[in-house]
Write a protein that binds this ligand. Structure first.
Ligand SMILES: [Zn+2]
Length: 262
């Protein structure tokens, strides 16, 4: 499931469209359009020029150039979505749902499960409205605001980290990796974390995201917790203790009972 590092990778793919004019928009499957029909979507975007793509949490934002009410495409990738940049001669993939055509190639929104999709917004105000529920981006948030938002309500720290209204961008894999690095038990109550715990968590989040963004995903190297997720009998890469697999908020959670204290 795409999380901040993956979505940052999709933003980089979308940089192909910056300053490029949309020649046509092909909607192969209108189910991925949210709150807008195929024709309105096509008409709003055809012949427009895209500005620089942005990212907030797990969203990629594609503004078009022009007046203040120029359209934006807002993309969410759900469980299985991606942006692909393809040459004109590359055959459509069966999960290519929307194709933006440019003189230089095609940006394709590909998604198997169609749980989310593409929104159209008119100007910054509508963008803000659509994303109003989201907290600050996990890569941008400062230590002080991070601590304040995380401890607003008493609940398990993993659930709070994954709540997009608290901060935007972390999912199951990032949250597990980060808690393991910071040596904090996933169910520990946010309100019981010390100032040092919160500082450490913020610091590890910044470091983890920096490395993962560079890789375009959370790396599955042996030195990362994520590298052991799919092993039948995984051991902690730091202390070799057998890792535990539990469920937290319905999500498969991997943690080390020796390193991560409750
Ligand atoms: Zn350990």
């Amino acid at each position: 499931m795409p999380e901040l590092p993956d979505v940052e990778g999709f933003r980089r793919v979308a940089q192909h469209v910056e300053k490029r004019q949309v020649r046509s928009v092909q909607v192969c499957d209108a189910q991925v359009l949210r709150g807008v029909g195929s024709e309105a979507f096509r008409n709003a975007l055809q012949r427009r020029y895209f500005a620089a793509p942005q990212r907030h949490g797990k969203w990629v934002l594609l503004p078009t150039a022009g007046a203040a009410d120029s359209p934006w495409v807002l993309a969410h990738f759900g469980m299985t979505g991606s942006f692909e940049w393809c040459g004109h001669d590359v055959e459509l993939h069966k999960h290519d749902r929307v194709v933006f055509d440019f003189a230089t190639g095609q940006l394709r929104y590909r998604d198997m499960r169609k749980l989310t999709g593409l929104h159209l917004a008119r100007g910054q105000d509508e963008v803000d409205e659509l994303l109003a529920e989201l907290g600050p981006d996990a890569q941008q948030i400062g230590a002080e605001e991070f601590a304040e938002r995380l401890t607003r309500t008493r609940r398990g720290v993993k659930a709070a980290l994954m709540d997009q209204a608290v901060l935007a961008g972390l999912g199951n894999i990032c949250a597990d990796e980060l808690l393991w690095r910071a040596r904090i038990h996933p169910n520990r109550a946010t309100t019981e974390l010390s100032g040092d715990d919160l500082d450490g968590l913020h610091r590890e989040m910044r470091a983890m995201l920096r490395d993962a963004v560079r890789a375009g995903r959370v790396p599955d190297d042996a030195s990362w917790l994520t590298g052991h997720r799919d092993e039948p009998d995984p051991r902690c890469p730091r202390c070799s203790t057998a890792l535990r697999k539990t469920r937290v908020g319905g999500r498969g959670t991997l943690w080390c009972p020796a390193c991560q204290h409750a």
